[in-house]
Structure formats: structure tokens, C-alpha cells
Design a protein around this ligand. Sequence first.
Ligand code: SF4
Length: 452
Amino acid sequence: MPRGFWRAMPRGLRRPTREAVSAGHAPGLKVPCSELGALRGMDLAGPGIFPPVVRHLYVHVPFCVRRCSYCDFSIAVRKHVPGSEYVDAVLRELELLRDSPGWVNPGASPRAPKASGTHLPSPRAPKASGLETLYLGGGTPSLLPAPDLTRLLTSLREAFGSTPSFDAVEVTLEANPEDVTPESVRAWRGAGVNRVSLGAQSFNDRALQWMHRSHDAARIGAAVRALKDGGIANISLDLIFALPEELHRDWERDLEQAISLLPSHISLYGLTVEPRTPLDRWISRGATHLPADERYADEYLLAHRRLTADGYQFYEVSNAARDGLRSRHNSAYWTGRPYLGLGPAAHSFDGTTRRWNLSAWEAYRRAIAEGRSPVESEEALTPEQEKLERAYLGLRTSEGLSLSNVPTVHLSGWLSAGWVVEQRGRVRCTPEGWLRLDALVPKLFVAKELAT
Ligand code: SF4
């Protein structure tokens, strides 16, 4: 199995962090869109600027207390998080958007005619709720002081028409275990957070130290208990697999420990080496080595078997949920829905065009302070890119692809190899197929048979 399996995935999914997968903040995030035709028929607010109605909102919080050994994100390492300044900047970015010609009332119905004014109505005006998911990713959003987080979420709730509460909105906060206390949970719950994605990564203290994580294994269980006691039962745990041999990490034991905490959701990340990270330097000088591809595959397949046996359903190559508690926010990315991103490095997608903000906190902060747009660049997908993305997204999720999109010249071989199954007119990857995704998808195009 080629490690390059991950190369074909959105960059975030290759990363051993919980952050990027939710952020969609890699320029390479190529979200195909099963609904693209429908989106094209919608009344988009402007040429490649915004979704007509903001149903999925991502807010990027860039601060971390230290850099993890595998992480190459553009983070701002801070002992003291400038929470008030950060929230001011994000809300100012939103104001800049509201003043731009492409903005429409995010609380409006997607099919309703535009109001004569293009600006948001007064925050006090009654608004139908348009928002479905709000995701605070990072960085480490749980570092935001509680009063700043509360102010941020209160302002967003008003701006996006989700008054009087966020009850119907999936509001996810990414948290590191050491930040989870009864007090912080109370504040998060009071601010509207109803889902927490916890960066557990491993239950092996040596591995956690090697990763430069700032928690130990005991903190993970304590964090989960504090979350449940505080009324946040929808908890996702992130775990990293394929760690170097010399750490003697027992992957199966880690899986057991994770399962024993009964999280509603588990995300898996295979360790990859990103340039200019501590891990990259350690490998360059021979101080450590990534495991062989076979072990990488074995650990992935073991996780699939173990989690499935315990009632988790893999609805995406690296994400499994119990009781239907899938991440609604990440599912929006994987089904090509429009989303709006705020904050440094955040990405937005209007159905055809992606744009992304300046990634460095200082550059973002300066742009906002000077009243300039923080958008760094944008890209419109070509029809070929759209097709490729649609194929990747289809095959990486449990939805699969329509049978008509898989050339018969490949299908029988894939079926007999056990890489895909065919069910009710859909072709879905098996775990073995998911391991080969980046080899399978290009074949669809070599055959030049993929439906347009
Ligand atoms: S906690 Fe911060 S440094 Fe560590 S992986 Fe996440 S973003 Fe990177």
C-alpha cells in the first residue's frame, strides 16, 4: 500500500491533527460536489464570493501553546492568547464582508428573492435561522478565554440569525484535553458549544511526549468525564496511527482505551512527514523513521475492524461515528456544500470558487486593522478538477459513486480484489479500497469514461 494514499486526499486528511480536516484550510482541498448542478442553479450572491446563505461556518483560531512535532500549520505560538484582539478581528472581518457587494442576508431562504438592500439587517431584527453548523478549529480554540469565546459565539449567533440559541446548530469546538475543566465546559456549554473534538492522539505518555503534546493520557479520560458531566455528550476523539516503531506504542490498546470512553465519534490520522517540522528534521538526521507501509495499512485496517465491531460506522475514510452522530460540518465539506470561513487561514467556498485568508495571524490582524480584505487568493475549479474531486469525494465517503461513473473495464477487477462493493447502484470502497484510493481514482479518468 503506498503511503501516497493520503496524497490524493485533501491535505487536511493527511495530517495527523484534528484541525485541518475540519478547517478545510488547505488550498488543495478539492471538494467535489454531488450537488454541484443544483448549486449552479442557485442565486449566488456574487461572482465566486459567498454562498447565498451561510449554512456552514468555520472560524479558525490560530493560537497554540507550543508546536507539535509533526505540525506545519501556520500557527501563532502564544503563552497568553490575545483573545479580545482576536475576536475583534474576526468580527471586523465579518463586518467587512457585510459591507461588500456580494453579501446577502445569511438568514434568508436560499430560494427567496434577494432583498433590495444587500446588507445584513440589524442584528436585532428577527431572522430565520440559516446556520446549520459552526466549527471552531485551529490551532487550539480551547485556549480562547471563556469571555472572548462567549462574545464571539454570541455575536455570530446574532449575525447568522440563530437566535435565541444555537440549539438547532451543530457547534463544534476543537479542544486539547488539558484545557477541559468543569469551569471551561460550563462556559463553553453556556456559549452554545454542543460538540467537542478532543485532540487525544494517543494514550501512551511516551508517544504524547514525542509528539510534543501538552497533555498526558490521564487527562484524556478526565476531559471526557468533565465534558459529559457538563452537558456536552457529543464528543469526538482524534487518534494518530503509524507512529515510529521505537515508541512501542500499542495501537490496539489505544483503540481499546478510546472506545472505553464511549465517544460518539473517532477520527483517525496517519502520521505523515511535513517539510520543516521537527519530525522532518529528526527523520533527516536518522533519529527516527516512519514505519513501513505494511504496518501503516495494518494499523488502519485494525482500527476499522475494531471500531466497526464496537458499533462505529465508518462514513468516511478516516471518520467513524456511533448512533448516526456524524460530523455534520465535515460532511458538508465532503458533499461539496458551500461554506464560509473566518479568521486567519480560513477557507470559503461558494459552490464553484474557493478562497482563503492570509494564514499568518500577524498578517491577518494587520490587514483587518487597516480595513483591507484578509483574503490571500482564490481558485475556481476547472470542469476536470470538479470531476476529479467528485470522484475522490464520492469514493472516500460511504456514499460511494454511482455505478455509471465506474468504468466496467475496472469494476470487475476491483470487485474481485475486494477493493469495492456494489450495492443498489452505488460503488463503495471497502477499507482495503480506501487504502488504495489514490491509485483507484485516477483510473476512472484514464478510461475517460467518468460521467460528466
Ligand atoms: S495543537 Fe497546534 S501545534 Fe499541535 S497539531 Fe494542533 S495546530 Fe499543530
